[in-house]
Design a protein around this ligand. Structure first.
Ligand code: HEC
Length: 429
């Protein structure tokens, strides 16, 4: 029951997070586009440009003021709640997914880190990340945007590396996303909104607005703009175990972030030139390279050579070799033909899966954390196992992100056993 409630809580919060996030990033993309496409030739007095657009069956005419209209309108729309609610729902989602189940989702299996400590590090890093960023932007570096950008990039990837040492792959990625997201919303709350409020107030009071505030606001909103694509990737990254599940997940994230920033740069500059059009094919090529380097190695079983002893008696077909694994006996059918080795293999794999996986991946999970098989992925019968060997290999042999949090304490030998059985063709009888 509790698992079921958590699922619906997760669903509701995630949905809200997505809706507010779409509204925030959508508006942000729209205004960047607007700014880049303003017609600046011969603007009316006091305007910096205008733009005509058609959408949803209506024709719109938008005008941008150099500073402000002679008289402030009664109704001036502000864009901030989308950002605030995206952050709040994001933090709530972190709580439901990671902080309520830290040993399962947050802490990297095998790392000696108290779950409470992991939560403190996770949440604390969001806050510290923003504070560090804020001071860097306000320091002398703030006047050298390109260098500042490079420093920020290195720091963010350093955080990714640090997280990857103590957090599960998915948690490491999400926490990098959370730091960036917190910076973005912090920029709205602490810099951009105050700058806008000061501007409006100065205009209403008829005084000259302080020019430093808008300049700061501009730098921050430019950062936000470049952050969007990497953050969006991180938010969907949990679907892609070949990224977060890799040993070099932080490096892969760095690669994807660079590609994303390049592409964003092209879209940000294309109004006045196509100088950066090369970024599009470069990014596509980069994605192909990343797909290649994250691919399964042709011989996944080789690094496990020393442990081959466990498997080799079976591989050799030598029935005389004593098979110790107590778990293997139960399901082993008594077959005396040449296929013994094969069925023996599967019998062992089957019992490993029954012991280490079906706690969760079953029509009736025994784990209190799941009321149904996660992602509907079930490993109850030999046929189900046979059908999903590709996924089983990817998640429990190659990347080792399963079992989640290694809660069922699968051993390396058992992983190798599954790997060897799959390599040999995954026969179930
Ligand atoms: C503690 C519960 C738990 C255990 C034990 C567990 N898993 Fe999972 N598994 C999950 C959850 C939760 C997900 C869904 C992750 C997500 O939301 O992306 C998952 C997802 C998967 C997927 C992805 C399925 C898909 O359709 O994309 C595979 C494959 C998988 N697990 C294999 C295994 C194998 C093999 C084992 C045993 C060696 C195992 N799991 C043990 C909880 C578990």
């Amino acid at each position: 029951m509790e698992a079921h409630l958590t699922e619906w809580l997760n669903l509701s919060i995630r949905w809200i997070h997505m809706i507010t996030g779409v509204a925030w990033i959508g508006a942000s993309f729209y205004f960047v586009w607007l700014e880049n496409n303003l017609n600046r030739s011969n603007p009316r007095d006091g305007l910096s440009g205008d733009l005509w657009a058609i959408h949803g069956g209506g024709i719109y005419h938008l005008e941008k003021y150099k500073l402000a209209p002679p008289k402030m309108p009664e109704n001036l729309h502000w864009f901030k709640w989308e950002a605030y609610f995206t952050w709040l729902s994001g933090v709530a989602l972190m709580l439901v997914v990671y902080y309520l189940n830290p040993s399962l989702y947050l802490v990297k299996p095998g790392v000696d880190l108290a779950p409470e400590m992991a939560i403190v590090i996770g949440f604390g890093s969001m806050i510290c990340g923003y504070v560090a960023y804020h001071f860097l932007c306000d320091s002398a570096l703030g006047k050298r945007p390109a260098l500042l950008g490079a420093v920020l990039f290195v720091l963010i990837i350093a955080a990714a590396y640090g997280f990857s040492q103590i957090f599960s792959g998915r948690a490491a990625y999400i926490h990098v996303g959370a730091i960036i997201g917190t910076i973005m919303v912090g920029n709205v709350f602490f810099t951009i909104m105050p700058a806008q409020r000061a501007l409006v107030k100065a205009i209403e009071d008829g005084t000259t607005p302080d020019p430093t505030l808008p300049a700061k606001g501009l730098l921050r909103s430019r950062h936000n703009n470049y952050f969007t694509l990497p953050v969006l990737f991180i938010m969907i990254s949990n679907h892609f175990p070949s990224t977060y599940g890799s040993q070099y997940n932080w490096l892969i994230l760095a690669g994807i972030a660079i590609l994303a920033v390049l592409v964003r740069h092209y879209f940000n500059t294309r109004h006045d030139s196509s100088k950066y059009i090369w970024t599009l094919p470069a990014a596509a090529l980069g994605m192909i390279c990343l797909a290649y380097v994250t691919g399964p190695s042709p011989k996944p079983a080789t690094p496990a050579a020393p442990k081959a002893a466990v498997v080799s008696p079976v591989q050799d077909g030598s029935q005389a070799a004593p098979v110790e694994a107590s778990t293997a006996s139960a399901a082993a059918p008594a077959v005396d033909s040449a296929s013994t080795a094969v069925s023996d293999d599967f019998a062992k794999v089957y019992s490993v899966i029954q012991e280490r996986c079906t706690v969760c991946h079953s029509a009736t999970p025994s784990s209190p954390m799941f009321s149904a098989a996660p992602l509907g992925f079930m490993l109850d019968t030999p046929e189900q196992i046979k059908l999903q060997v590709g996924k089983i290999h990817a998640q429990s042999v190659a990347s080792q992100i399963m079992p989640l949090g290694n809660i069922t304490q699968i051993t390396q030998e058992e992983r190798d056993l599954i790997g060897a059985w799959i390599d040999k063709g995954a026969q179930i009888n």
